[in-house]
Design a protein around this ligand. Structure first.
Ligand SMILES: Cc1ncc(COP(=O)(O)O)c(C=O)c1O
Length: 407
């Protein structure tokens, strides 16, 4: 691995390497001498005779690693290769791959919380996560307090004797606020709380939360990690003691990733470093261009010095990703004229894939909220989220320039 200079540079910076993205987690010699990890498309694994079954049960009691597979809901070799690669990229002991990012969030919280417990969620969180924590968990006697993102005194003040867990995203959507991970972890440790961070917007290519002492990191693998806008999955990554319990719960909850999805994720992960480097560069180029444009009122991107969390991000992140949020200097109709005039980004939700996607946020993601609720979250009609893919920056800038002319 030492003959790859970019890998060494990444390793010095304390992050994942491109070499790991290509090779980690995969056995050196694979079934049928295939270079790629095969898609093991089976629900059932068989035993040669009853003695083999008895041996399997005896040995399983003492094994740390799975000895072999038994049934599709308990494990699959293609899925396990993704899990091993994700664990390596995050510098973790283990990872559990599940069927979507929301499955990762809900399975983790259902595992770690019981009736009578309390959790804290920082308020700039994905709206479905917020609904699950603030409304759905109530049905099971679990309370959730929303703490204002970035207010560490309020976060600590929200802790109660029955608080078990603090959950946050970083960077946040759509305003890209960034946690001070050391402060976040310090507060949790002083109160003996488990920390969970949804780092979907960062990816391990830009930030490894576990290096700062976070207990579990969650990703919507649907986004950057799979990276091609063609598969849904989620992951929970961290220490064995937590992931083993999660794996057991997951066998009951049943939110498993399927082997075809796992294959696509494995293939996508091999280019994670390359894609994210390009998306970081595109994000920065577009953010700088928009910040200087007279028809743009305000831009949020962690690579801009004008972002309130620029310093915190610079201290912890190796790049700032491809999401740029901005307000057109006009009303919602002006934002729609701009969006409709774009030729490269497609209009839709989601982010992180190779194709650029643009979202008028009042109509996508926040459309179910009342205008007052949207205003409280800072979602104005003229707010646009641009999630950059891996197209050439020059082409993207040219497209943006001509679309802004249409405003
Ligand atoms: C930060 C974040 N977490 C979780 C999710 C949920 O992921 P999925 O759509 O894969 O269920 C999303 C989806 O947009 C997200 O943006």
């Amino acid at each position: 691995m030492s003959n790859d200079p970019s890998a060494e540079e990444s390793a010095r910076a304390g992050g994942m390497t491109s070499t790991q993205a290509v090779h980690a987690g995969e056995p050196r010699y694979r079934a049928h001498d295939s270079l790629t990890v095969p898609i093991v498309q089976t629900a059932v694994y068989t035993f040669r005779n009853c003695a083999a079954l008895v041996d399997f049960l005896d040995e399983r009691m003492f094994a740390d690693e799975p000895l072999r597979e038994e049934y599709g809901r308990y494990g699959n070799p293609t899925v396990r290769a993704v899990e091993a690669k994700l664990a390596a990229l995050e510098g973790a002991q283990d990872a559990v791959l599940v069927s979507s990012g929301m499955a990762a969030v809900t399975a983790t919280l259902l595992l770690l919380l019981s009736a009578g417990d309390h959790m804290i969620l920082t308020d700039e969180s994905y709206h479905t996560t917020r609904d699950f924590c603030a409304r759905f968990l109530q049905r099971f006697g679990i309370e959730c307090t929303l703490a204002p993102f970035g207010d560490y005194a309020a976060l600590e003040a929200a802790i109660r004797p029955n608080t078990r867990l603090i959950f946050s995203e970083s960077p946040t959507n759509p305003f890209m606020h960034c946690l001070d991970l050391s402060r976040f972890v310090d507060i949790a440790r002083r109160h003996d709380l488990t920390t969970v961070v949804d780092a979907t917007f960062a990816t391990p290519a830009n930030l490894r939360c576990l290096d700062y002492g976070v207990d579990l990191v969650i990703h919507s693998v649907t986004k950057y990690l799979a990276g091609h806008n063609d598969v849904m999955a989620g992951a929970v990554i961290g220490r064995y003691d937590l992931t083993t319990r999660l794996r057991q719960a997951h066998a009951m909850l049943g939110c498993i990733a399927d082997p075809h999805a796992a294959y696509l994720i494995l293939r996508g992960l091999k280019t994670l470093s390359l894609r994210v480097q390009r998306q970081n560069a595109n994000g920065l180029a577009v953010a700088r261009f928009l910040e200087d444009h007279p028809k743009v009122r305000r831009v949020w991107h962690l690579g801009l010095e004008s972002h309130p969390d620029y310093t915190a991000a610079a201290a912890t992140m190796r790049g700032y990703g491809g999401v740029v949020s901005f307000e057109i200097d006009g009303d919602g109709a002006a934002a729609h004229r701009f969006i409709d005039a774009l030729n490269i980004p497609a209009i839709g939700p989601s982010l992180g894939g190779v194709e650029s996607v643009v979202s008028p946020l009042a109509l996508i993601g926040y459309a179910n909220l009342s205008p007052e609720e949207r205003a409280a979250l800072g979602i104005r009609d003229e707010l646009v989220r641009l999630c950059l893919g891996v197209e050439d920056a020059g082409d993207l800038l040219q497209d943006l320039a001509q679309a802004l002319d249409a405003v």
